[in-house]
Design a protein. Structure first.
Length: 102
């Protein structure tokens, strides 16, 4: 399953309703009129041609505003990692490239 945020059919099914989409559209229009507004997560400027998400409060009580998609996803991953406390995230051990024996 791919997670395409631009897929119009899947947003409501995932719990993002009309209010979310309306607000997101407003904020994107606002950003298009006034580009370079700071990301709610990293504080760096955002531009309309970047992948942007409408970011929720961590407790889903409301919206923080627009954030870079990468920042929002990373924040969600950090939160998820905290919730899985006691079970360290699997980390792939780095191994040096093996010499070819062909
Ligand atoms: Zn950001």
């Amino acid at each position: 399953m791919s997670k395409r945020s631009t897929d119009p059919g899947s947003t409501t099914a995932r719990g993002y309703g009309t209010a979310h989409q309306t607000l997101r559209r407003q904020l994107l229009a606002d950003l298009a009129a006034c580009p370079g507004q700071p990301c709610t997560r990293c504080g760096h400027p955002m531009y309309p041609d970047q992948a942007l998400h409408l970011d929720h409060e961590d407790d889903r009580s409301g919206y923080r505003g627009l954030a870079h998609a990468a920042c929002n996803v990373r924040a969600g991953a950090i939160k998820g990692n905290r919730q899985r406390r006691g079970k360290p995230a699997p980390r792939r051990a780095w191994s040096p490239p093996q010499p070819s024996r062909w």
